[in-house]
Design a protein around this ligand. Structure first.
Ligand code: FNR
Ligand code: 8K6
Length: 347
């Protein structure tokens, strides 16, 4: 049964993965003060090179996208050089690695970049305080102007080009989990009445512009995308969002990206307005390669692949607890259980 996970998988003519286990993107807040990857991060990723594909923790496209301490960037020459050490080490160990590119939009905080405000689709603040920095409350974002939106698209494209320069095999666009791109796709965070809001086509315009800009810079074969059709983290879902994703997913499919990735923490969660789980909804609206994720074990994950629910299995927390996850499965060793205290250190 678990054998399914160990079969190589051809993503496209450019990329073939050694197996179907993908390391899920995992923010660890361990970059240095200049948001450059450290040697500990080089070693951490290199230890996981036997997964079919590593997707890095979310990486900032520019300074004003930062919402958590010490999250790495890909917008300075020093950050690019730092990531080159990571990609070299992963490649030396036979692995493949994509950079997950993000801007957190209204989840950003001026505290981190010394700015005056954060950009988002609309002036709707996130309630509450920042994880790890409870003294900071989220601020009222400034709705991005058309010129600012065009600049964001260009900056996503540049960060993707920087990723290739740093030796990555490709990038994953972080369009999930309530960050900037996702904020355009949900009614609870997008109240615009211009060409970027109000209708499904308008709400999908910025996300599709980012996809197109990146595909043009680095090739669609090297471009993946993560989406959260169900709102569950950093924003509220709304029944009207369904129409946005009904429109977006076929548009994404036409663009023949490397893959689409479900953005969810627990795939047993059902969304009324999606008529089921996020992965069920995405599979029924998208025919290309789909990465499933969210509280799967090797057993339940390989069963889901065999049942055609998705094609590749991303593993998050268990890979924090077990750097040698793949070899443990292959040699039938017991996995160490994840717990949140493990976030304090990179092993
Ligand atoms: C995450 N997740 C996440 N997702 C993402 O798209 N970018 C990110 O940077 C992060 N960071 C992150 C940090 C930590 C500590 C956790 C626990 C999760 C979500 C992650 O990719 C995955 O979807 C979930 O962890 C569910 O998979 P598992 O852990 O149940 O296998
Ligand atoms: C995405 C990068 C942000 C880093 C924070 C890591 C999140 C830690 C895990 C918290 C899990 C929250 C899950 C929320 C699911 C809500 C379900 C109703």
């Amino acid at each position: 049964m678990l054998d399914t996970l160990f079969h190589p998988f051809k993503l496209n003519d450019t990329l073939t993965l050694n197996n179907r286990i993908v390391m899920a993107p995992l923010t660890r807040c361990m970059a240095d003060d200049d948001l450059i990857p450290t040697q500990a991060m080089v070693d951490y990723y290199a230890r996981r090179a036997d997964t079919g594909l590593i997707i890095t923790e979310a990486v900032l496209i520019r300074a004003d996208g930062q919402g958590y301490p010490h999250t790495p960037g890909l917008f300075t020459p020093q950050q690019i050089d730092g990531w080159r050490k990571v990609t070299d080490a992963v490649h030396k160990n036979g692995g493949k690695i994509f950079a997950q590119l993000w801007h957190t939009g209204r989840v950003a905080h001026p505290f981190f970049f010394g700015g005056e405000y954060v950009l988002a689709p609309s002036a709707i603040a996130l309630e509450g305080t920042l994880p790890r920095m409870r003294e900071l409350t989220y601020t009222m974002p400034k709705p991005a102007t058309t010129a600012e939106i065009e600049q964001l698209v260009a900056d996503f494209g540049q960060a993707a080009a920087n990723a290739i320069d740093a030796g990555f095999d490709g990038v994953e666009i972080h369009g999930a989990n309530g960050y900037l791109i996702d904020q355009f796709l949900h009614f609870s965070t997008n109240e615009r009445d211009d060409e970027f809001g109000g209708t499904a086509e308008n709400m999908a315009r910025f996300p599709l512009a980012v996809i197109d800009a990146i595909s043009q810079r680095i090739g669609r074969d090297r471009t993946g995308l993560r989406l959260s059709p169900g709102g569950y983290f950093n924003l509220e879902g709304d029944a009207r969002d369904r129409a946005v994703f009904d429109y977006l997913l076929p548009e994404v499919e036409k663009r023949c990206l490397a893959y689409l990735h479900v953005g969810i923490f627990d795939d047993s969660m059902n969304f009324d307005y999606l008529d089921g789980s996020a992965s069920q909804y995405m599979r029924s609206h998208y025919q290309g390669t789909l990465i499933g994720v969210g509280c799967y074990s090797p057993q339940t994950g390989s069963e889901a692949i065999e049942a055609g629910k998705f094609d590749l299995l991303a593993i998050g927390r268990p890979l924090i607890a077990n750097p040698d996850y793949v070899s443990k499965l292959q040699t039938k060793q017991t996995l160490v259980a994840y717990d949140d205290t493990m976030l304090a250190q990179l092993i």
